[in-house]
Design a binder for this molecule. Structure first.
Ligand SMILES: *Cc1c(COP(=O)(O)O)cnc(C)c1O
Length: 350
């Protein structure tokens, strides 16, 4: 919590266009502290996407609330607004959309639902630093864009709901050299509680007033992140260029569904769908040629052993878990390597 932490908080707040940024020890802590600061706990239900990393649902369970899973839109891989609507009960207190792979969730519709039902919105931005919500509907790959512009068009993910939670884990878009996270909010009171929770629930040292956490961000991580922050837009732009190139190179490959290329998507991951049950075989074939790919995520959260038997089927999320494959992507991957990956993919698919 040295001077760089405060400076980094100020710089992130300015970059995102948000009043308060509170640095914490991880993205998971940012979610937990964000939920606690919003007053969510025992007896509350939080609606979220089944198709995410377990930290999303884990944070909800860890504050004593119940995760409720609403199925995804197969085109965006993100939570589907009508599915949220169907899961609302008198116990619902919040919605936790995840901007998966760096693709902003359908925030305009989600905020409308939240407003109509008096719900809080906490955005899981672990994969979306620098992504702006552009109101594009992925179901039509952007062709309806002009019709969906709203007041929140162009806003940074994390600044639209009540709280945004970021991760600076090394693999994330803005990565430290160890763990780190950030809670952002426009709300003075939420920010104050988050600051107190970060250091054992004490506003004044040794005068602890609530059960908090040890969740300081290390000064060394803040110092590193301050060097990287000014580059994030250029890196995200380069990722978008690489994603566009992949989409073009893969356009004529059958049994593959490429991700929609929409404004705002920062392509933390470039994730294709391989249909006809060939995914695992293709991954193996690529691995044999030294091409690393990943499956985010092989088991949807509602199917994890910890929640065994507790949830009904979310069929789209289940289907995608069998099909998704994330290809190598980083800002300066370059055309040559991308062609190599696509060539390997072509031969693996025959
Ligand atoms: C990485 C990640 C988290 C957790 O962040 P950590 O900094 O690793 O704790 C939460 N949600 C999603 C979607 C993530 O990808």
């Amino acid at each position: 919590m040295g001077p760089e932490v405060k400076l980094f908080e100020q710089e992130v707040a300015a970059y995102l266009g948000v009043k308060h940024a509170i640095a914490v020890n991880s993205g998971t802590d940012a979610l937990v502290i964000g939920l606690r600061a919003l007053g969510i706990g025992e007896g509350d239900e939080v609606i979220t996407s089944p198709f995410s990393f377990f930290a999303t649902a884990e944070s909800i369970s860890n504050v004593g609330a119940t995760p409720v899973f609403a199925d995804i839109d197969p085109n965006s891989y993100n939570i589907e607004p009508r599915a949220i609507q169907a899961k609302i009960t008198p116990s619902t207190k919040a919605i936790m959309p995840v901007h998966l792979y760096g693709n902003p969730a359908a925030m305009a519709q989600i905020m409308d639902i939240a407003k109509a039902h008096g719900l809080k919105v906490i955005e899981d931005c672990a994969q979306s630093f620098g992504a702006r919500y552009c109101g594009t509907c992925l179901s039509c790959n952007g062709s309806c864009q002009e019709n969906t512009r709203t007041a929140i068009t162009g806003k940074q993910t994390g600044t639209i709901g009540d709280v945004g939670a970021y991760s600076f884990f090394p693999s994330k878009p803005l990565g430290a050299y160890g763990d780190g996270g950030m809670v952002v909010t426009q709300d003075e009171r939420v920010a104050e509680v988050a600051r107190i929770l970060r250091v054992h629930g004490a506003k004044k040292k040794y005068q602890n007033e609530m059960l908090g956490y040890n969740s300081r961000l290390d000064t060394i991580q803040a110092a590193i992140l301050r060097v990287k922050l000014p580059h994030i837009d250029a890196w995200n732009k380069a990722r978008r260029t690489a994603a566009k190139i992949y989409n073009e190179l893969l356009a004529d490959v059958s049994d593959i569904i490429t991700p929609g290329f929409v404004d705002g998507h920062v392509f933390h991951q470039y994730t294709i769908r391989i249909t006809d049950g060939k995914r695992d075989r293709v991954q193996q074939a690529l691995a044999e040629q030294g091409i690393g790919t990943m499956i985010y995520y092989p088991i949807p959260q509602d199917r994890l052993p910890i929640y065994k038997g507790q949830y009904a089927t979310n069929s789209l999320s289940d289907e995608l878990a069998e099909q998704v494959l994330s290809l190598p992507i980083w800002p300066d991957i370059g055309l040559e390597l991308q062609e190599l990956v696509v060539q390997a993919l072509r031969s693996a698919l025959v």
